[in-house]
Design a protein. Sequence first.
Length: 145
Amino acid sequence: MSQTTGKYVPHLPSMQALCELNYSRFLRMLPDCDTRSLTYRFSVAGQFTYCVTIDEAARYTTTLTVEQVNIGAPAYLKPSMSVRLYHDARMAEVITSQNTGAFKPSYDYPNNKMRQRNEKLMINIFLAEWLQFCLKNKPTVSAPV
């Protein structure tokens, strides 16, 4: 409860804590996350298939593409995002999602693209929830492809 309004205000994690959590979860799922041009295909709960492709691997960073590959769903219903792993800081951050381009730390509201004030935080929360779902349901890794 907020002391000023009396309404429930959900506690959101800090961006730094969230990015550190996402990094540790990625390391549990992808043991070779520093190998360039490697693709993992995951099947989760027997009905969801995702590909995680390592697009770029450098000494301190790795850039991944995470996308759902289920064949019958339209493209706008298939989550897709680019994630950068910062190995020196031990953090993972969503850099683009659904081909929308890079996110600002925050947005004025309202804005031309109708982005939420904390859109960058929310998409990183989505990544954290997806990674938790995958780890909880023990994904079957059918590759590196």
